[in-house]
Design a protein around this ligand. Sequence first.
Ligand code: GLU
Length: 486
Amino acid sequence: MTVRTRVAPSPTGDPHLGTAYVALFNWAFAKSQGGECILRIEDTDAVRSSAASEARILAALAWLGINWDEGPDVGGPRGPYRQSERSAIYRRHAEQLVAAGHAFRCFCSRGRLEAMRTEQRASGTPVAYDGRCRQLTEAEVSERLRRGEASVVRMRVPASGQCRFRDELRGAVEIPYSQIDMQVLLKADGLPTYHLAVVVDDHLMGVTHILRGEEWLNSVPKHKLLFDYFGWPMPALAHLPLLRNPDRSKLSKRRNPTSIDYFRDLGYLPEALVNYLCLMGWSMPDERTLFTMQEFEQAFSLERLSLGGAVFDLDKLNWLNGQYLRALDVEAFMDRLASWAINRERLSALAPLLQTRTQRFSDIAPQVAYLLGDRPPLEAGNFVHKKLNQEQVGEILFRVAAATLTDWRREELHALCKAGAERMGLSLRDFLFPLYVAISGRPAALPLFDSMVFLGADVTRARLREAIAAVGLSKKQRQRLERLPP
Ligand code: GLU
């Protein structure tokens, strides 16, 4: 049997560190077994998925040097590798489950489900589908379908008993079926949910081992039932520990930089970031910290994974990146620096801003210091302004940090700030003041929106978050800001 693993990102946002981490372990495991690793795009959520996000994820993985043997970009014998192109396959499989009595049509309206949930909450019973449509006869179902009533397909779940399975990292796991909802498999629009698509694809794509984040452990009973209903063997499972901060809290986008692009934009070396991600819960047999992806592959074994060790510590990453930088010979160091800092593309973004503000080339370095390096540290005093109080400063920073822009461009940023200023009854000039400080450390710098575009969304947001912390808002003020309408 050829070992086949898969990386299955959902293209719903920034290229996340967690995706790279899971990809590395899947790749290393497959290669250590002489196997193959595929990349599958899980875009069943049509509203949140986007082609732009998919392109960024693929580009970020490529920047890190992570490969796959089959995927939407490289093709392969078991495609298509994008779930949105496989709808007919899922529909067929859902129908097969209905015909065999393992799934049923459910006509409950949104209103009925809402009322059911409210009642369940009020009476303290677990919120789950109550099974009303399970009793419908075949004749009733055909009649309602004929009348064109909207329906979904739900899976049947045993009313009692335990789901028992093995996780390669945890050993035997038991989850009672009473905790498992009668999951929707096919939505009213005929598109699958994740649970149906993942099982069908893992089988049809010949996946033998599933290595994925531990947040999916509780979904295994649904998947195991589906594998059983179809009569397919279930792949081996290993749920990798979640990436955590040094204080053990979950690494989350709201608090931490989690986008791979952030690390690229700040001038980390991809091989150092990869090396660091390989250390998440894993250690080399000789415990050395510095190694290449090829060495990782050669030494890889699931037994060396520890569930508690996936701590992502920026200080350690910085140290490791420094080791890599110092190990480069001077020629390579110059090339890498040039390609990060002063390549033509980056320079062409800066040149028009600088040319009009420069008398001598020696004027340039101080003007771009905050763009090519960090800005000075901030404190509350930096944000004192005669027309803005502390809470308004916080609100401005918060509004921009929380905004979800599809295009991180000058025009969109301008429109965002203009709308924010109007909402708060401020002039644009006053609205921009705390942003200048947050981005550059000074009340004035090179044009703000160009600076934000140059730094990129991830670095900009990280600076805004640091600025919010520096302003020193009370807990109550922060809570108010978190509830602000967009
Ligand atoms: N699409 C899921 C995610 O983005 C993958 C889950 C899985 O690997 O089964 O996390």
